[in-house]
Design a protein around this ligand. Structure first.
Ligand code: ACO
Length: 322
């Protein structure tokens, strides 16, 4: 039987910081409104860097923390909705930038749940015996898709990347990963591909942005996050009391708070860093896990669940002995 583990983690955010007060130059809003409704105080934003640059820096940090030679990586999966190009994918460009040749590398799109989807794929690919060490990355430059005239959405998002090396293990550390989707036919959360040409007029479409029906997404999130955690606990005959921590997708502090209350899990066990980064989509979960590790919130031997939801609509969760 092949088991898997988290061998190392890393993260990277661009230098430029946009505070809640900075946003007042674009829309009518206030630090008080944003903080009380979302828990966000600031977010990071790219200036010249692309999603690939963020992914690369996070990957270097994860590889260093894993203590392995980069050439021992034989699989790269990048979760992103903001790839530099339609193709080549970020994963293939990342492979070249890291100087690793001839390995399997591809992108996936499951919005904010993308990293958990990548984790599930990589975990199963390692457990099949076909791969040894996987580099999985969540990297986003969501501020490129942000409509700076829309106060309902522009206050929420930020840029960043998180990465993880997962490897074969003697012990069952990545214990279970589940994912799910429900096609968003009501278009609660979407963005048209801004770079695709309109076939009718053979011209670049006008720049499109993130559209979101916030309260409906809030209802979906507060239903699916606790359900995903409960499903994982039930499938593995574990009680919420057995968990040391939950590292949830950082979309809104009130979503995390409500999910914790519904699950009867103390907020002390919930890792949060939304105040510093806002919602970084697929990067949110791996940035949070990396910070939880580097601040010693998450220690070797701890049992934790990571859980995410997002556009698609999608969701996913993993039960991990770190
Ligand atoms: N500043 C000031 N006022 C604002 C702002 C703002 N930034 N944004 C909205 N308002 C106003 C609204 O216009 C509205 O005013 P009105 O009553 O006069 O019309 C009022 O505040 C309340 O608006 P609501 O939308 O009802 O506010 P709500 O409490 O629902 O909070 C929020 C909005 C934060 C967006 C919340 O609904 C939410 O977090 N939803 C989930 C978002 C989410 O998690 N998205 C995931 C994206 S993941 C991905 O895959 C990309």
């Amino acid at each position: 039987m092949i088991f898997t583990k988290i061998a190392g983690t890393g993260s990277y955010v661009p230098n430029k910081v946009l505070t809640n007060d900075d946003l007042k130059q674009f829309v009518e809003t206030s630090d008080e409104w944003i903080d009380s409704r979302t828990g966000i105080k600031e977010r990071h934003m790219v200036v010249n860097e692309t999603t690939l640059d963020l992914a690369y820096n996070a990957s270097l940090s994860a590889i260093e923390s894993a203590g392995i030679e980069k050439n021992s990586i034989d699989l790269i999966i990048v979760a992103t909705v903001t790839s530099d190009y339609a193709f080549p994918g970020v994963a293939q460009l990342l492979q070249a930038k890291l100087g690793i040749e001839g390995i399997t590398a591809f992108d996936i799109n499951a919005a904010c749940s993308g990293f958990v989807y990548a984790l599930q794929l990589a975990d199963k690919m390692l457990k099949s015996g076909a791969f040894q060490n996987a580099l999985i990355v969540g990297a986003e430059t969501l501020t490129r898709l942000t409509d700076w005239r829309d106060r309902n959405t522009c206050v929420l998002f930020g840029d960043g990347a998180g990465a993880m090396v997962i490897s074969k293990s003697d012990e069952n550390q990545i214990m279970d990963v589940i994912t799910g989707a429900q096609g968003d036919v009501d278009m609660l959360l979407y963005c048209k591909n801004p770079d695709l040409k309109d076939p009718e007029i053979n011209a670049i479409s006008p720049q499109d942005h993130i559209h979101m029906k916030g309260p409906e997404v809030f209802k979906f999130a507060t239903r699916i996050m606790p359900k995903t955690v409960s499903d994982l606990l039930q499938r593995n005959n574990i009680s919420a009391d057995d968990l040391d921590h939950v590292v949830a997708h950082q979309a809104n502090m009130r979503i995390i708070d409500k999910s914790a209350r519904d699950l009867n899990i103390s907020m002390d066990k919930m890792f949060t860093n939304i105040d510093k980064y806002g919602n970084t989509s697929a990067a949110s979960v791996p940035i949070a896990i990396d910070e939880a590790v580097r601040t010693n919130f998450l220690k070797r031997g701890d049992l934790f669940i990571t859980v995410a939801f997002g556009g698609g609509l999608t969701w996913g969760g993993a039960l991990i002995r770190y």
